[in-house]
Design a protein around this ligand. Structure first.
Ligand code: SIN
Length: 479
């Protein structure tokens, strides 16, 4: 794969829209249009689902180890093309190139991991309840599935969904976000090169206006048995309601509002390093970004002062420039939201210590606001930008109460050296993912997912493949 320059050639997938219309994909760092991608709708999605249905019998009947070989080759091809894929990712999404490299490796790891997990889909025998009967439990692939993925991880979210589905023996039609469809297209192309049969994994693309048509077909088509979605809680609820009409299975990885709690006994430098990565990675545009930094009285001043030192060194710029640590936001509405959150926090008594404004285009100066009130917008909603909002607390009880005071429950982080406190927090905090003395928790080997309004199901790890399997109970009589 050639390194990507200002404009990008579409991968060689058979990709066309009935209308022949396209939509532009823009580089958020420069505003340039880098590709035109087909606008598809319900009819194209329906045909893709029909092809996925046709491909299903052979794919599910294939030995798991043969599917694993293809998935492994796919992961290897991604790593052989790491530089081209990383540049493509930065060009369409904006994150610094080093982060794109990390994301490509993370994305590829799901194909390697789940290919192996597919070999270990074990059933059960159950001690019988009647002398002439025997009971066996098998696990079958769910069938034809669909995925809808967001723009913040344009490579890793498509692979985190498709890898367990395909390893389990399902086929998948996937719609990537309209802002960043190119990485998914390039990855799908590599899948074909790895030996994936036609129809097993297909991409449908569409502009923002096409999303309801594509999503509507995906959730109303009787052939589809499961939807995997990563995105906002608002859209997740809508898709879940649509899927409910046919009782389709769903896995939903939705919004978060992660508390990042620093106790007096924390290792100060580790806490600052963790906050830096957890808050400013991907310009703060991750569902697990620290969104509310809660710091105990005794360490508050030292923590804030060290964080200001470090954040003021972060270089903002085009992700392709080697010095860049914070890239652009994805689009103007994201800049507007950040502006609204910062303004609102200050109006409610917050103190602006650093940044606080846009610096042209989609770039936002890394920002620190202290004394953020619990009712400020940035305490209640995901900011999804490079803004650290900090609040002070006195007791562990207050911290737990503040942390849980949200409808969301994806990730939480806490820094303390007290093991007893760690156990108490791990039990008291209502979140699916706990980063304890660390701000980085993503890996293919872990169960990623949330509780409350942050979603349903887990991705990654041995638990991830279960989401794409159906349990079947066989009762054998007359024994
Ligand atoms: C996400 O923001 O949804 C994914 C973040 C990650 O996997 O690290």
């Amino acid at each position: 794969m050639a390194p990507m320059s200002a404009t990008v050639d579409l991968p060689l997938l058979e990709l066309a829209s009935d209308s022949g219309e396209t939509f532009p994909v823009d580089n958020p760092a420069t505003g340039e249009t880098i590709a035109e991608v087909p606008r598809m709708g319900a009819a194209e999605t329906r045909r893709a689902i029909a092809r996925a249905e046709e491909a299903l019998p052979k794919w599910r009947a294939m030995l798991a180890k043969d599917r694993a070989r293809i998935l492994r080759r796919w992961a290897d091809l991604m790593m052989e093309n790491e530089e081209g894929l990383a540049r493509l990712l930065t060009t369409e999404q904006g994150k610094p190139l080093a982060e794109s490299h990390t994301e490509i490796a993370y994305a590829a790891s799901f194909y390697e991991w789940f290919g192996e997990e597919g070999k270990r889909v074990y059933g059960d025998t159950i001690p019988t309840y009647a002398a002439d009967r025997r009971i066996v439990v098998t696990k079958d692939p769910v069938g034809v599935t669909v995925g809808i993925t967001p723009w913040n991880f344009p490579a890793a979210m498509p692979t985190r969904k498709s890898a367990p589905a395909l390893a389990a023996g399902c086929t998948m039609v996937l719609k990537p976000a309209e802002q960043t469809p190119l990485s998914a297209l390039a990855i799908a192309q590599l899948g074909l090169e790895a030996g994936l049969p036609e129809g097993v994994f297909q991409i449908v693309t569409g502009a923002a206006e096409d999303a309801p048509l594509i999503g509507g077909e995906m959730t109303s088509n009787h052939t589809v048995r499961k939807l995997g979605f990563t995105g906002s809680t608002e859209i997740g609820k809508l898709l879940m309601a649509q899927c409910a009409k046919q009782v389709k299975k769903v896995s939903l990885e939705l919004g978060g509002n992660a508390p990042f709690i620093v106790f007096d006994d924390a290792d100060l430098e580790e806490a600052v390093t963790g906050a830096l990565i957890c808050k400013f990675r991907n310009s703060g545009q991750t569902c697990i970004s620290a969104n509310r930094i809660l710091v105990q009285d005794g360490i508050y001043d030292a923590f804030v002062s060290r964080l200001v030192d470090e954040v003021s060194k972060l270089k903002v710029g085009n992700g392709l420039e080697p010095e860049t640590k914070v890239g652009p936001l994805i689009e103007q509405s994201a800049v507007d939201k950040v502006q609204r959150h910062v303004g609102d926090a200050i109006e409610r008594g917050g103190e602006l210590l650093l940044g606080g404004e846009g610096i042209g285009g989609l770039f936002w100066q890394p920002t620190i606001v202290t004394n953020v009130s619990a009712d400020a917008a940035m305490s209640c909603e995901e900011t999804f930008g490079p803004v650290a909002g900090i609040a002070r607390f006195k007791t562990e009880e207050q911290a737990v109460h503040a942390a849980n005071n949200t409808p969301y429950g994806l990730a939480t982080y806490y820094y303390t050296r007290d093991m007893a406190r760690i156990w108490r927090l791990s039990e008291a905090l209502e979140f699916g993912i706990h980063g304890i003395n660390t701000g980085l928790i993503s890996s293919e080997v872990v169960p990623f997912g949330g509780v409350k309004e942050s979603g349903i199901g887990r991705e990654g790890s041995k638990y991830g493949i279960e989401e794409w399997l159906e349990i079947k109970y066989l009762c054998m009589g007359g024994v």
